[in-house]
Design a protein around this ligand. Structure first.
Ligand SMILES: Nc1ncnc2c1ncn2[C@@H]1O[C@H](COP(=O)(O)OP(=O)(O)OP(=O)(O)O)[C@@H](O)[C@H]1O
Length: 231
């Protein structure tokens, strides 16, 4: 399998506190990887380093392409939509930012696929949280990236909103896009992820498919595994 990201011995400290402690992270083409862990485990910092936003103190990150910043789609915990602009106009502005031309038809197609066509003319910042999260994911995919990185994409959503995000992640995979997402919801991770990276105190404490991890640690589900490994 082709590796999109191959990060080795990544380390980050703030002052004297090591928050990411010499971790290895691989992302393969077309796979869905869930980054899970306790609050403060270092997930967002890890994502920031993989995106080139946070410089690592040591370690190396190899990407499949030299132009990786253009080829990765990102949705961080909050997406800053342009205030006063409609959903449609926000998409046009982000597309212009990415250098992508969006026809009216394509905008409608994308909005329809994410169940947002009916709010096309609404100011983006007035959308419900679930709608904003879906719009944010459209933004991440405007430039047809090979890898999408989502930081807690379903946080704060009701079960239906969560399920919609899970379906979107699966659809991205079906279209050949690899996804790295962080989550605190172990059921969601079970439903969606091909592989789980579990972090605790800056270290990766488990790495494998949900089934292989549950078998290895003899647990019934991922939540049980999480409690066992993060005690
Ligand atoms: N800029 C910063 N300066 C100092 N400490 C920081 C900074 N950014 C993060 N940290 C600390 O690094 C640790 C890891 O933070 P990080 O946000 O990566 O964790 P996380 O796993 O994403 O947590 P959560 O699940 O709560 O979002 C935390 O203790 C946090 O307080």
């Amino acid at each position: 399998m082709k590796k999109l990201i191959n990060a080795s011995q990544l380390m980050k400290s703030y002052k004297t506190r090591c928050v990411v402690d010499h971790i290895d992270v691989d992302i393969n083409e077309g796979e869905i990887v869930a980054l899970v862990g306790t609050n403060g485990a270092g997930k967002t910092t890890t994502i920031g380093m993989l995106l080139g936003i946070i410089p690592q103190d040591s370690g190396t990150i190899k990407y499949w392409t030299s132009d990786y910043k253009k080829e990765i789609g990102t949705q961080l915990q909050t997406t800053p939509f342009f205030e006063g602009y409609s959903v449609e106009d926000n998409l046009k502005l982000f597309a212009a930012f990415y250098g992508v031309s969006l026809t009216k038809m394509l905008i409608d197609e994308k909005l329809a696929a994410f169940d947002l066509l009916q709010v096309k003319k609404m100011p983006a910042i007035k959308l419900s949280l679930g709608q904003q999260k879906r719009l944010a994911i459209i933004v991440t995919t405007l430039h047809n990236p090979k890898l999408v990185i989502l930081d807690e994409p379903s946080a704060g959503l009701d079960p239906r909103g969560q399920r919609e995000i899970q379906q979107i992640i699966k659809r991205l995979k079906d279209s050949g896009v690899a996804v790295l997402f962080s989550s605190h919801d172990m059921l969601e991770v079970m439903n969606v992820a091909d592989r789980v990276l579990m972090m605790h105190h800056g270290k990766i404490i488990a790495n494998g498919s949900p089934d292989s991890l549950m078998e290895h640690y003899q647990t019934q589900n991922l939540e049980e595994l999480f409690f066992e490994l993060t005690m």
